[in-house]
Every structure is written in C-alpha cells, then in structure tokens.
Design a protein around this ligand. Structure first.
Ligand code: ZN
Length: 74
C-alpha cells in the first residue's frame, strides 16, 4: 500500500544531496515528515519546512493566506 504524497519545493536544498524537491503526505499535518524526493532523507517536519517556505517566499505565501482569509465569513 502506498501513501498518497505530494511534491513540494524546498527553499533550501536537501542536506544530503542538495535536491530542492521533497515529498510530504497529502494530509500535510504539521508533524508529518518531509522526505527528499531524490534520496529519501528526512528533511524535517512539514510544520518546520512550511515556516521556512513562508520566510523564503513571503509575497507568494501572503497571497495564499489572503485568499484563505477572504473565504472566512466576517
Ligand atoms: Zn536528498
């Protein structure tokens, strides 16, 4: 049985092979492990990697957060 997973782009490369592609479970729980797509090294937990993504790409992430915020009834 295969877990459903999704590719994400790392802001910094894999510490082992330098690849910027990683995989995380589609559920994307903050405590799900993120694996390097090339060598399967554990990069870290999704919550930590997401923090680094937000810092690396603030404008893009802000847009996504704005869209999410606009969906909330006020
Ligand atoms: Zn790697």
């Amino acid at each position: 049985m295969h877990d459903l997973s999704e590719d994400i782009r790392l802001p910094d490369g894999c510490p082992n092979c330098g690849s910027h592609r990683a995989r995380v479970s589609q559920v994307k729980n903050p405590d799900d492990k993120v694996f390097c797509a090339s060598c399967n090294t554990v990069i870290g937990l999704y919550g930590e990697v997401k923090e680094r993504l937000i810092k690396a790409q603030p404008s893009e992430t802000e847009q996504l957060l704005e869209k999410a915020a606009n969906k909330k009834p006020s």
